[in-house]
Design a protein. Structure first.
Length: 431
C-alpha cells in the first residue's frame, strides 16, 4: 500500500482530520428571457441572449438548460446538495417574468428537498436599472419576488433579507458553513455617476469594514465551519489586446486581502458575471480560493470571443470536526451543456473547467513530485486510484497545479497518462 511507503502522509492526515464533506451545486448567469417581449418593430424576433426562453412553446431537457438541470435531480444523476448557490443574472435585461419564473423553478428543487438551502445573489441584469417596473427604485422588483430573494425562506431569513438590501451583505450560518453574501450591484442606478456605475461592481469601504467586524466574531466562535463568500462581479480583469475589461468589482483587492487574514479563516469565493470559467488562488498561502463561473445558459451573442462552454459545478468541500480549523479543500465536477444532447459530465470541453478538478493544496509542487517519483521508481507503474490512497493531496490540485505536477514529474523521468484533465496512470520513462 502506498501509504505504508510514506508514513509522513499518514501523519499529515492525522493532524488534519477530515470527517466528511458538504456538497454544493453552483450555477450562475442564466440570462433567461421571454422572446415574445423582445420582438423588433417589424415583428421579427431578436437574437436570443440565452438558451432559456420562457416564451418557447415547449421546453425540453435537451433544449433548455434549466429544464435539463432539474431533470438531473429528478433522475438521481445528481444528489441533492447542502447548498444550491446562484451567482446572479437569473434573467436578462431585467426581464421580470423570466426572473420570477427562474427563481420559482429553482426554488421548487428545495421545496422537494428541504435539506437543501437555496442562496442567490443579485446580478446587474437582475436590477431594474432600465426602469421597466419602477421609475426610481431599481431594487424594488427583486424585493417583491416570491419566494423572497436572495434568501427564499422569508420567515427564517427575515433578518438576512433586511441586511442584504440595507447593508449590502449578510452572513447566513448553519452547523456546517457560513455564507457571506455580498451585493456587488448595490450602487447600480444610484449616485451622481449612476451611468458609469452600471459598468462595474462595487463593494464600499463602509461595507468592507462591516464585513470584517462581523466575520471576525463569528469565525473565532466556530472556526470549524466552511467559509463561503458569494457575489456577482469578478475580482480580477480578463482583458486582452482587443478588450479592456473595466467591469470588475471595485474594492475587490481589499476584500481579497481581508479574506486572506489567517485570523479570519480560509475562504472559498464564488462569482459570475464575465462568463469565463476559472479556478485560482487569489494570493498567498492563506488567500481565498476563487471559482469564476462560466454562464449556465447564455449564448455568445455580444461575447463572441468567450472560450467557455455553458457549465455548472458540483462541489464537495471537505469538513472537519468541532474544535478544529476548517481548510478550503475539495473537488469540483463540471457539467457541460451540449446543444440537442443536454448536460453531460463525462468529457471535458476546451475553454471550461475540466470535468474533474480540485482545490486546496497549499504545498510546493516539485516536492510532491519527488515524493511521488520515489514511489514510481520502486513500483514501476501506478494507477490513479492507488496513487491517491497514498497522496490524498492529488485530489486537491487545481488545473494549473495539475499541469505543473505533470511537468515536474516529466523532469524526474515520470510520464503521466491523462484523460479529461486528470492523471490516469504514472510510469517511469521507457518502463
Amino acid at each position: 500500500m502506498l501509504l505504508d511507503l510514506h508514513p509522513v502522509v499518514g501523519r499529515v492526515q492525522k493532524f488534519w482530520s477530515r470527517i466528511g464533506s458538504m456538497k454544493i451545486v453552483v450555477l450562475s448567469d442564466l440570462h433567461a428571457f421571454c422572446s415574445d417581449a423582445r420582438k423588433a418593430s417589424d415583428g421579427k424576433a431578436s437574437l436570443p441572449p440565452s438558451l432559456i426562453d420562457f416564451s418557447a412553446s415547449t421546453r425540453k431537457p435537451n433544449i433548455d438548460p434549466l429544464v435539463g438541470f432539474i431533470k438531473l435531480f429528478e433522475r438521481g444523476e445528481i444528489e441533492h446538495p447542502d447548498l444550491l448557490i446562484v451567482g446572479g443574472d437569473l434573467g436578462d435585461k431585467a426581464d421580470a417574468h423570466a426572473i420570477q419564473s427562474t427563481w420559482r423553478e429553482l426554488s421548487s428543487l428545495t421545496d422537494k428537498n428541504p435539506a437543501t438551502k437555496l442562496i442567490a445573489t443579485c446580478g446587474n441584469h437582475d436590477l431594474d436599472t432600465r426602469h421597466k417596473q419602477n421609475k426610481f427604485d431599481p431594487r424594488g422588483f427583486l424585493r417583491t419576488l416570491e419566494p423572497g430573494f436572495p434568501f427564499p425562506n422569508t420567515v427564517e431569513h427575515k433578518i438576512n433579507l433586511l441586511e442584504y438590501w440595507a447593508n449590502h451583505f449578510s452572513v447566513l450560518e448553519s452547523d456546517q458553513y457560513r455564507v457571506l453574501n455580498i451585493n456587488s450591484c448595490a450602487f447600480h442606478g444610484f449616485g451622481t455617476d449612476a451611468e458609469p456605475e452600471l459598468e462595474h461592481g462595487r463593494i464600499s469601504d463602509i461595507t468592507l469594514d462591516g464585513i470584517e467586524e462581523c466575520i471576525k466574531t463569528t469565525v473565532q466562535a466556530a472556526p470549524h465551519k466552511q467559509n463561503i463568500c458569494l457575489f456577482h462581479h469578478h475580482i480580477r480583469p480578463v482583458s486582452t489586446d482587443s478588450f479592456d475589461d473595466k467591469s470588475t468589482m471595485k474594492g475587490s483587492e481589499r476584500l481579497a486581502s481581508m479574506l486572506s487574514k489567517p485570523q479570519l479563516g480560509e475562504w472559498f469565493i464564488i462569482h459570475g458575471h464575465r462568463h469565463r470559467s476559472n479556478l485560482f488562488c487569489a494570493g498567498g498561502n492563506s488567500a481565498p480560493i476563487v471559482l469564476s463561473c462560466a454562464s449556465f445558459a447564455a449564448t455568445r451573442i455580444g461575447d463572441e470571443h468567450n472560450p467557455s462552454p455553458n457549465q455548472f459545478y458540483d462541489i464537495e468541500l471537505e469538513e472537519v470536526g468541532v474544535g478544529q480549523v476548517a481548510r478550503v479543500a475539495g473537488s469540483i465536477r463540471a457539467w457541460n451543456w451540449t446543444p440537442s444532447i443536454g448536460w453531460q459530465s463525462k468529457t471535458s470541453i476546451p475553454g471550461g473547467l475540466p470535468v474533474v478538478s480540485g482545490f486546496g493544496y497549499r504545498g510546493y509542487i516539485p516536492d510532491l513530485a519527488k515524493s511521488i517519483g520515489a514511489v514510481i521508481k520502486s513500483s514501476g507503474k501506478v494507477v490513479w486510484g492507488d496513487l491517491v490512497n497514498g497522496f490524498p493531496d492529488l485530489r486537491r490540485l487545481m488545473p494549473s497545479d495539475n499541469e505543473f505536477l505533470i511537468k515536474s514529474l516529466e523532469m524526474i523521468g515520470v510520464v503521466a497518462t491523462e484523460g479529461d484533465g486528470q492523471i490516469r496512470e504514472l510510469a517511469q520513462k521507457n518502463a
